[in-house]
Design a protein around this ligand. Structure first.
Ligand code: URP
Ligand code: ZN
Length: 581
């Protein structure tokens, strides 16, 4: 037992307590979840001390000119698995390469998952994760804790973790060998509710997946395409619905990790419409790819892209999920970064059920969401901030320390060039993994500077991180956003001066109708996206919001061709698989 490990004090050496700790970022456009405005930001000792114009600051302060760029709150990735022993192997990105890569892409905080080994208590597993992470993290981090079993002991440890160790979220699985049954989920949700924690679920119907996999293998379908075939999206949707129903019985807030399909998003939408405290996270992988290596290839699964729930063959899925983020059907984006090298993926070369599940994303999430969201015209820069940072901070009770640019907040800031373009490649990424699921993708949206706790860690393409400089950050229970939303107004940082309008004044009537049509569409239509009809004419729309008439919900010829090719894969000749890579 390591005692109370929360927030160990790391002394700043005297030579660093100088002007090096002072930074002024001038001329940038500050973006918050609901505002965009021109202000300078002055940072001292890792904290935002002043914001405004013509600030009076000490001499010798370093100045960064952010003219033409946005200032974003550093990304918070609420879903990573660094140094994770899983499916007979270990993920290759550890807390050093993982957080270093995160920073390279504009993410300044991650939340990883403690996963107890068989027979290990939650507390021991938590201490082990702290030991693995503390000396390695280059940015701040927090921990969720997974519950691979249910018992009185687990129940007690949950309480200790919440009361003494800064944990406020527990993840349950509805698939894999370590899934909980419905009764156990009920008990775990009940305990979360009592403690003021948040229940998280990996929602897929595990027993049905196991049966499907058995049948497919018996038919000779052994390749990676069997992964998605055994886990069709209705099994995700069914489990999301079940989890929402169970959580409702005990009034427990529920966070659905990695919503990967339209059908699952629809279940989240229904639960939220029904008044449920349900939050949905989707992944960079699901927004940036769709079960093919690129949008220009026919539907094909490869071992490198295997994660659970799987990438969906429906090419409309990424746009649908992005629209769900725009409409607040979904609230967050994570990476679920859980990387395995090619040689590890080959553990499943003869049997798709043995392919270690997981993909990269911690480095590329911000660029992918910008490209597919803001650059594509589906979300505004403010909504980008909400879904990449602010909402995670609010749900896990880190706000306003994290997730916003405001006086008193941690100086985790990204100077973001929304027009610069980069091409994602394993040749240039900072992750330890030897391939990248977004290989070749061109993304607008590049971090020019990444400032982590007041330190400039990325500038002019040069990454200078400090191993072990990040801290564990407590996530206190009873997050106001989740448990007492009426208190959020008090927490919201105030600012001086009027906002600089970032968007044309909206014609609210049209905007509302657009949102309504899209929302109804998600709820109403699962399989016939081209049947959508919208009465909306030209009208104004929010900045970055694409008119639904331009949406790929209307499937084109080309996309239909892709879908047909997917049918071929579903019935491979002679039951043979279509190749591993
Ligand atoms: N998602 C995935 O395939 N791998 C990571 C483990 C998990 O989140 O289920
Ligand atoms: Zn995960």
């Amino acid at each position: 037992m390591l005692g109370n490990m929360s927030n160990p004090v790391k002394k700043v050496p005297i030579h660093l307590q100088s002007s090096q700790n002072r930074l002024l970022i001038k001329n940038g456009k500050v973006v918050t979840e609901d505002d965009v405005f021109d202000e300078d930001v002055y940072i001292e000792d890792g904290i935002i001390k002043q914001m405004g114009r013509n600030l009076i600051i000490p001499g010798g302060t370093r100045v960064i000119d952010a003219r033409g760029n946005y200032l974003l709150p550093g990304g918070i990735d609420p879903h990573t698995h660094f140094d994770f022993e899983f499916m007979g192997t270990r993920s290759v990105d550890d807390f050093y390469t993982g957080t270093k890569s995160a920073i390279a892409g504009g993410t300044t905080m991650i939340i990883d998952f403690v996963f107890p080994k068989e027979g290990e208590s939650l507390l021991d597993a938590f201490y082990e994760y702290r030991r693995k992470a503390d000396g390695k993290v280059c940015c701040d981090y927090s921990l969720h804790v997974c519950l691979p079993t249910w018992s009185a002991h687990v129940q007690r440890d949950m309480e200790t973790l919440c009361k003494e160790h800064g944990v406020n979220s527990f993840k349950m699985f509805m698939a894999y060998d370590f899934m909980l049954d419905d009764g156990q989920l009920y008990s775990a949700f009940e305990q979360c509710q009592k403690l003021g924690a948040i229940a998280q679920v990996h929602a897929e119907n595990g027993p049905v997946i196991a049966k499907n996999a058995e049948r497919l293998l018996a038919q000779g379908i052994t390749g990676p395409e069997g992964h998605e075939l055994s886990r069709p999206e209705e099994l995700e949707a069914e489990a999301v619905n079940r989890a929402c129903v169970i959580a409702k019985q005990v009034d427990c807030p529920l966070y659905v990790v990695h919503v990967m399909s339209r059908s699952a998003a629809k279940k989240v939408a229904e639960a939220r419409d029904d008044g449920g405290r349900v939050y949905g996270e989707t992944l960079a992988a699901a927004l940036g790819t769709y079960g093919a290596r690129s949008e220009h290839e026919c539907f094909r699964h490869s071992a490198g892209h295997v994660l659970s729930p799987p990438l969906r063959p429906d090419p409309a899925t990424p746009d649908c999920l992005m629209t769900c983020l725009a409409l607040d059907v979904l609230q967050l984006t994570g990476s679920d970064n859980c990387t395995f090298n090619k040689s590890q993926k080959e553990l499943g070369i003869e049997n798709f059920t043995k392919i270690p599940n997981g993909v990269n994303g911690v480095e590329d999430r911000m660029s992918v969401v910008w490209e597919k969201g803001v650059h594509a015209g589906i979300i505004s820069p403010s909504r980008f901030v909400a879904v990449t940072s602010t909402n995670a901070a609010k749900i896990f009770n880190l706000y306003p320390k994290k997730g916003c640019i405001a006086v008193g907040s941690d100086a985790d800031i990204v100077v973001w060039n929304g027009n610069a373009v980069r091409t994602i490649s394993a040749q240039t990424h900072h992750q330890a993994v030897d391939f990248n699921i977004f290989e070749g993708m061109q993304c607008h949206g590049v971090p020019e500077y990444v400032i982590v706790s007041g330190r400039v860690c990325l500038e002019e393409g040069q990454l200078r991180v400090a191993e072990g400089h990040g801290h564990f950050v407590d996530t206190p229970v009873f997050a106001p956003y989740v448990y007492e939303p009426e208190k959020m107004a008090e927490l919201k940082p105030t600012r001086n001066g009027p906002a600089v309008p970032a968007v044309e004044p909206l014609e609210l009537e049209d905007d509302f109708r657009l949102m309504k049509v899209q929302h109804d569409y998600i709820l109403a239509s699962t399989h016939e996206p081209d049947s959508v009809h919208t009465p909306i004419g030209k009208g104004a729309r929010p900045e970055g919001q694409r008119n639904i008439q331009e949406s790929t919900f209307s499937l084109s010829e080309e996309l239909d061709t892709d879908r047909k090719s997917s049918i071929r894969v579903r019935n491979p000749p002679g039951g043979k698989s279509s190749g591993f890579w």
